[in-house]
Design a protein around this ligand. Structure first.
Ligand SMILES: [Zn+2]
Ligand SMILES: [Zn+2]
Length: 104
């Protein structure tokens, strides 16, 4: 009797990975402090002459949409250089987070 090994299909790593911010209270404070520039789910600014390229809301460089991430606090779209992986926010919000942290 032959048992066929069932090959499980490779599961793609889902791109969405929402780790909770280190301090939820800080996150809540940021939400209060920062007026969102864009709504969540709103598309980034498209580069007019290109196909599928968008502007990073922080440095205004052009990137394919896969390389941009929307900040969950201010709604800006940030490229890898303008993104704080540790906190999952854009550099702008990270700067404000640092200030808030220093105050408390
Ligand atoms: Zn950028
Ligand atoms: Zn932000």
């Amino acid at each position: 009797m032959t048992i066929w090994k069932k090959r499980s299909p490779k599961s793609d790593n889902p791109p969405s990975q929402p780790p909770p911010p280190e301090k939820p209270s800080l996150y809540v404070m940021l939400k209060k402090e920062i007026a969102p520039l864009r709504k969540q789910g709103e598309a980034p600014a498209k580069v007019p002459a290109s196909f599928g390229h968008y502007f990073c809301d922080l440095c205004n460089s052009q990137y394919p949409v896969e390389e941009l991430r929307q900040c969950s606090i201010c709604g800006r779209w940030a490229c890898g250089n303008c993104w704080m992986k540790e906190y999952y926010v854009c550099n702008s919000c990270n700067g404000i987070a640092k200030l808030l942290e220093a105050k408390t």
